[in-house]
Design a protein around this ligand. Structure first.
Ligand SMILES: [Cu+2]
Length: 140
């Protein structure tokens, strides 16, 4: 998985691989955040939320397949990542949603955010901005 373009963050046994923020174009007001979250803490952890100045609001979403249609909904009570497991945030699966992006996103910009975990763990990361049409599967 390692590449010249990857950027990773870790704290207290929690590792974040390659967080990206995808928008369709420079005028997008909505974006989706993807990454891998790896829990090497030896015990279950819970991702409670995200905070940043990237957008006016941001949420953790899950995607469910219902009657052949993918539907997404916010996770409000936290997402458990089991001990020594990982969860990949990716299209048609878990993702972060950014609503009302404040500034025009620029390609390859690194945008700061904090991931909030249980036990008051705050993990600072930077999302790399990806701009393109290749995320059509994500409709809001
Ligand atoms: Cu969503």
């Amino acid at each position: 998985m390692a590449s010249l373009y990857s950027h990773d963050y870790s704290l207290n046994g929690i590792q974040i691989y390659h967080p990206t923020l995808k928008v369709v174009n420079e005028n997008s007001k909505v974006g989706a955040g993807y990454m891998r979250i790896i829990n090497n803490t030896g015990k279950n952890i819970k991702l409670m939320g995200i905070e940043s100045k990237i957008a006016f609001s941001q949420e953790i979403h899950e995607v469910i397949l219902q009657d052949g249609v993918y539907k997404m909904r916010p996770i409000k009570k936290g997402l458990i990542i089991e001990a020594n497991k990982e969860i990949e945030f990716k299209p048609k699966s878990y993702h972060f949603m950014f609503f009302n992006i404040k500034n025009t996103p620029e390609k390859d910009a690194l945008l700061s955010a904090n991931l909030i975990f249980s036990n008051n763990i705050i993990l600072p990361i930077k999302f790399k901005v990806l701009i393109g049409q290749n995320n059509k599967e994500h409709n809001h």
